[in-house]
Design a protein around this ligand. Structure first.
Ligand code: FES
Length: 169
């Protein structure tokens, strides 16, 4: 049953690496290197991908999950093309970050930690972005946008979404 499920999924990006390195997964360092390669290739570690790695390395899925969840570098959900980091630090909180979060969430139709269905945006919250004088602040792909209002936050996202549409046409 499990095999059938894997047959329909394409793990060819990681297979050559696994073919050479499956044995090294017995050491935690080797397993981490395999998980890093897998994440590089697929963007995140899906349950199916981890199950596949478990099969190929003969390591129990629970052990793989245990190692992967221990390290914050590993992601378990798809990450969008644009990463939004919404500041929830004290200064931003006092200056209305929760209204910004409501506006961003409802505009994109996702909650914290989720990615839009079109794969464009992932929304994450962070403690402090280090530019408190601009609060409330969000950072998108490394650029900080400060003194936000719900309206300006939506407008920024709208501009990015529109420019993506133009690129694809
Ligand atoms: S609290 Fe938001 S940038 Fe510092």
């Amino acid at each position: 049953m499990k095999e059938q499920r894997h047959q329909s999924l394409d793990f060819s990006l990681i297979e050559p690496y696994l073919a050479r390195k499956a044995e090294t997964a017995k050491n935690e360092g080797g397993l981490i290197a395999i998980l890093q390669k897998a994440q590089e290739a697929y963007g995140y570690l899906s349950t199916e991908l981890m199950e596949y790695i478990a099969e190929r390395t003969s390591i129990k899925p629970a052990k793989i999950l245990g190692v992967a969840t221990f390290y914050s570098q590993f992601k378990f959900n798809p990450v969008g093309r644009h990463l939004i980091m919404l500041c929830q630090g004290t200064a931003c909180h006092v200056n209305g970050s929760s209204e910004i979060e409501d506006a961003v969430s409802s505009y994109l139709g996702i909650s914290e930690g989720e990615t839009t269905e079109d794969g464009l945006f992932t929304l994450n919250s962070v403690a402090c972005l280090g530019c408190c004088s601009l609060s409330p602040v969000m950072m998108i792909d490394g650029d900080a946008y400060g003194n936000l209002t719900p309206r300006t936050a939506r407008k920024i996202l709208d501009t990015i979404r529109t420019s993506e549409g133009e690129v694809e046409e």
